[in-house]
Design a protein around this ligand. Structure first.
Ligand code: PGA
Length: 255
């Protein structure tokens, strides 16, 4: 019922020609997958060029961030109105944005609402810092972040959202959470969604795990009942590793 997703977050990597080349290489290796949704999230400046390519190739496109206002004096920002029609998804509240660019639970909520208002699916990121993890505060951190991000949304809007659990200590460190731990936390996220909007809503929301996923660990991670996909950083920058992760997931889901 929940279609698995391999989401590549390219972060601030790839020029426009490099982005086009990477998308073509991925397509050459993996082609279309009937069962796995391939989501590419390149830098915003590459979106238009990739949109042209996406018309021929079976991947979805996502932005890495957006502002919450329609337009205005916000130098350097991109509004959801500008992304409408260009992307299907937008990553909201990635930990790098929270840590390096001052995003708070409040701005994450504003951006989530703005994306939904423009028909763009938000991929809302939550995750605890190392110190929170070591102090046993993972559960409460996730609980606060999920509730704050989705505050004021209807059940239908939550159903149209994706949550990505990304423990900050696992991002770009080569130290992924164990599949069991990642699965437990994603299960907790689903339980929170259930408390907020009931089980029917909670059961349809896709929940991704992110943080040092790669071909070696994606199988174990995807076997977890509450994990519906991965938000992939480093391993999505190489066509071979990303394609392999799509292939492994496709096999598990019976492609
Ligand atoms: P990583 O990044 O796979 O390189 O750890 C994940 C992310 O930041 O989304």
């Amino acid at each position: 019922m929940r279609k698995p997703m391999m989401a590549g977050n390219w972060k601030m990597n790839k020029t426009v020609p490099e982005a086009l080349a990477l998308a073509r290489q991925i397509h050459a290796l993996v082609g279309g997958s009937a069962v796995v949704e391939q989501l590419l999230c390149p830098p915003s400046i590459c979106l238009h060029a990739l949109k042209m390519l996406a018309e021929e190739m079976p991947f979805s496109l996502g932005a890495q961030n957006c502002h919450w206002e329609e337009s205005g004096a916000y130098t350097g920002e991109i509004s959801p109105a500008m992304l409408r029609g260009l992307v299907d998804y937008v990553i909201i509240g990635h930990s790098e944005r929270r840590q390096l660019f001052g995003e708070s639970d409040e701005t994450v909520n504003q951006k989530t609402r703005a994306a939904l208002a423009h028909g763009i699916t938000p991929v809302v990121c939550v995750g605890e810092m190392l110190e929170q993890n070591e102090r046993g505060q993972t559960g409460e951190t996730i609980n606060r972040q999920v509730r704050a991000a989705l505050d004021g949304l209807s059940g239908a809007q939550v159903q149209s959202s994706i949550i990505a659990y990304e423990p900050i200590w696992a991002i770009g460190t080569g130290r992924a959470a164990t599949a069991g731990t990642a699965g437990d936390i994603c299960g907790q996220v689903r339980a929170i969604l259930g408390e907020m909007h009931g089980e029917t809503v909670a059961d349809t929301v896709r929940i991704l795990y992110g943080g040092s996923t790669k071909p070696d660990n994606i199988g174990a991670i995807m076997r977890e009942a509450h994990i519906d996909g991965a938000l992939i950083g480093g391993a999505a920058l190489e066509a071979a590793s990303y394609a392999e992760m799509v292939r492994i997931t496709g096999e598990m889901y019976g492609a």
